[in-house]
Design a protein around this ligand. Sequence first.
Ligand code: GUN
Length: 292
Amino acid sequence: MQLLDGKKLSAEVKAEIKVEVDKIKANGGKTPHLAAILVGNNGASETYVASKIKSCEEIGFKSTLISLPDTTSEAELLSHIQDLNFDEDVDGFIVQLPLPAHISENTIMEAVAPEKDVDGFHPINVGRMCKGLPAYISATPYGILEMLERYKIETAGKHCVVVGRSQIVGLPMSILMQRNAYPGNCTVTICHSRTHNLKEVCQSADILIAALGRPEFITADYVKEGAVVIDVGITRVPDASKKSGFAIKGDVKFDEVAPKSGYITPVPGGVGLMTICGLLTNTLLSSKKAIY
Ligand code: GUN
């Protein structure tokens, strides 16, 4: 079993981006600028956004955080988005999800200008990704591809099973793993809550991507000997022994699955850290006008 070490890889990717940013600045170019909008006070979202902003500082990006109360109306949020769409200094921005129930996530995602949509959530970016055109690839799928590539994991002809059909992970991941590229060229099965014989389908996976958001759901009996196991889950579960009062759990029961797997990502320290690299990479691409 080999650990897919998100901590080590994300440090490498960030160091590479910093070298580019330093060069841009030394040549008098514009500092890449990422903005983030956070609505409400969801503890997990606050942590994720703080870590995105901190990463910007580490690599020399400019960042702006717009924190809004959970009483913010959809119209008010749309107005902030318009301001960022027209702000020439901002290369890219994100609206952290989930949003309060009174705001439509689809309306918000469509309001972000596609050329500043560094989350890759706008239908134009999703559509362009499906067609293999230059597009912002959303951060978590990007992070997973980067891990597979940097560990030189064979993907062509393999059976990749994606568990979970979310718009931001499962669906794009299934599309990327079947495309004619590396990493890709897999035979892909996408599973969800209505899938029959889920365990048997997972047992046939050479590459198993767990993105269903149910802590420790994937146990050893779901996994083929030697499979590549990618755990996208990050759920907070109450844990009185921790200072924070919670522990972070993945979708995979790591202790029993790890000895059986060929490669596996830990949680924390796996896909989550690579996700931020995806966002930073997209922001750099935007500042270089490399996609649009
Ligand atoms: N919520 C969970 N993951 C993400 C992400 O990648 N981007 C945004 N904007 N919100 C999220």
